[in-house]
Design a protein around this ligand. Structure first.
Ligand SMILES: Cc1cc2nc3c(=O)[nH]c(=O)nc-3n(C[C@H](O)[C@H](O)[C@H](O)COP(=O)(O)OP(=O)(O)OC[C@H]3O[C@@H](n4cnc5c(N)ncnc54)[C@H](O)[C@@H]3O)c2cc1C
Ligand code: SF4
Ligand code: SF4
Length: 420
């Protein structure tokens, strides 16, 4: 165990997605020392998995790369990947926090040359791509990964694989004896920016996720559409690779449902409109059916919605999907009741996209720390106690809103530091 004292007034930011990066930078750039911890092997969070993001529909590199550079250049920020909080004691102005870092099995000598990947015979599911393809057990988490350092999944490595990658690495960077490390830090306040996770689609039995390759989630579409994704940008049916001629979007898949997520996930209507643009770029003639309860596109997103609703090959049906049934030809039938006409609709399509919502990460992970959370698991800020939430850890939101709350969280943390 090592001790790393923060100078008086230091801020801990938990979660290195767009919100955590923003909070860390805002606090550090006015002079606070910041510890930024991220549980994955890379920073950037869910935004790095998107193909494009609105409002500008730019790739995730726009926005993330500049933040990575600012983080790298700022000596007030100490950043740690594969790290989580194990315990917190003390009180506002003087928290003692224990951090735990999981072994990466690759040390700082790594030049990201990729020779270990080439030499590795073992494959694992590619989690970044939601298991739609495989990666080697020695891998770079994704194309834009920051820090640009490889990682080894030791559980997925055979004895032969271990030997192969060790001898392939010319820089002595592979260290399969690495152990879990703990360290304690002292901080004045803690910003929780632990974000969201896609709601588990298998929890909705009626939507049959996992029973047909034709049923995918909106985040899987993001990865398929991405040039660096599992299909190099092609939106095709997993399994048989069919180019779909028809799509159904199933809105509120899990959200606004007291048996699942009680709240509106805010983003999934806009995400569907965005993904309609991905489909149109690839399949100008494909039929698109959108099943919805309400279409929520607040503020400036209204114009985008209006444009896509004029699309002559798209049909919008106000009605909650009752079930999805796999068909023998590889497609699926989507069944719903039209809430306007009362008519029962059975629409056969080649691919159904579940617009699954955003569940706060800590609702599924749990936390070793006593936090004030609402019924859904969103963290309620309490600036008086120096525990502040930001981004999607606070509420379901888009990037712009997440960044605004991350900046506000930094301001609150700075105020705590000035008082302590
Ligand atoms: C299908 C879909 C499409 C979307 N498209 C857009 C779009 O086009 N435009 C837009 O503005 N928004 C879009 N969004 C929303 C966008 O993804 C969020 O606004 C954004 O990810 C919020 O960032 P965040 O940093 O708050 O959370 P996250 O991106 O979830 O980042 C949280 C980070 O915290 C880390 N973490 C979690 N738990 C811990 C822990 N215990 N310890 C340490 N670290 C932890 C995670 O690994 C992650 O890196 C979309 C959402 C969906 C579902
Ligand atoms: S671990 Fe070694 S072989 Fe693998 S990318 Fe890093 S330097 Fe190259
Ligand atoms: S944003 Fe749209 S799809 Fe998502 S929960 Fe709200 S109403 Fe449903």
């Amino acid at each position: 165990m090592t001790d790393e004292q923060g100078t008086s007034g230091a801020v801990l930011v938990v979660g290195g997605g767009i919100s955590g990066l923003t909070s860390a930078l805002e606090a550090a750039e006015v002079g606070n020392d910041v510890f930024l911890v991220e549980k994955e092997a890379y920073f950037g969070g869910r935004v790095s998995q998107l193909n494009q993001y609105f409002p500008k529909l730019c790739p995730p590199s726009c926005g993330l790369e500049i933040n990575f550079k600012r983080i790298k250049d700022n000596r007030r920020i100490r950043s740690y990947t594969m790290t989580t909080v194990k315990s917190v004691s003390g009180s506002v102005g003087n928290y003692e926090v224990t951090l735990e870092t999981a072994p990466r099995y690759v040390n700082s000598n790594c030049t990201a040359c990729g020779d270990c990947t080439d030499a590795c015979p073992d494959e694992i599911d590619n989690e970044f791509n939601f298991g739609m393809n495989k990666s080697k057990a020695a891998y770079l988490p994704h194309e834009m990964a920051f820090p640009r350092r490889y990682v080894i999944n030791k559980d997925g490595l055979s004895a032969e694989g271990a030997e192969a990658i060790k001898s392939a690495c010319k820089y002595n960077a592979v260290d399969l004896d690495m152990q879990v490390e703990t360290k304690t830090i002292n901080v004045a306040s803690i910003i929780w920016a632990t974000g969201w996770t896609p709601y588990d689609p298998t929890k909705m039995d009626n939507l049959s996720f996992g029973q047909s390759d034709a049923i995918v989630t909106n985040m899987m579409i993001e990865r398929m559409a991405a040039p660096s994704g599992p299909t190099a940008g092609a939106i095709v049916r997993p399994g048989d690779g069919k180019e779909p001629e028809s799509f159904a979007f199933v809105q509120c898949a899990g959200s606004r449902d007291e048996n699942h997520l009680e709240f509106c996930s805010y983003i999934c209507c806009m995400a569907t409109f965005k993904q309609m643009t991905y489909i149109r770029e690839r399949y100008p003639e494909a039929k698109i059916y959108v099943f919805y309860i309400d279409l929520r596109t607040p503020g400036k997103y209204e114009k985008f919605r209006e444009k896509l609703m004029d699309d002559e090959n798209s049909t919008f049906i106000k009605g909650k999907v009752a079930e999805i049934t796999p068909e023998p030809d590889g497609g699926v039938t989507v069944v719903a009741e039209n809430a306007v006409t009362g008519e029962k609709i059975s629409q056969k399509v080649d691919m159904a996209v579940l617009a699954t919502g955003m569940q706060p990460s800590l609702a599924t992970q749990g936390t070793p720390v006593d936090l004030n959370q609402d019924n859904s698991g969103f963290i309620i800020s309490d600036p008086e106690s120096g525990v502040i939430s930001a981004g999607c850890a606070r509420k379901a939101a888009d990037v712009v809103t997440s960044n605004q709350s991350a900046t506000a969280a930094a301001l609150k943390a700075i105020q705590v530091s000035r008082r302590s």
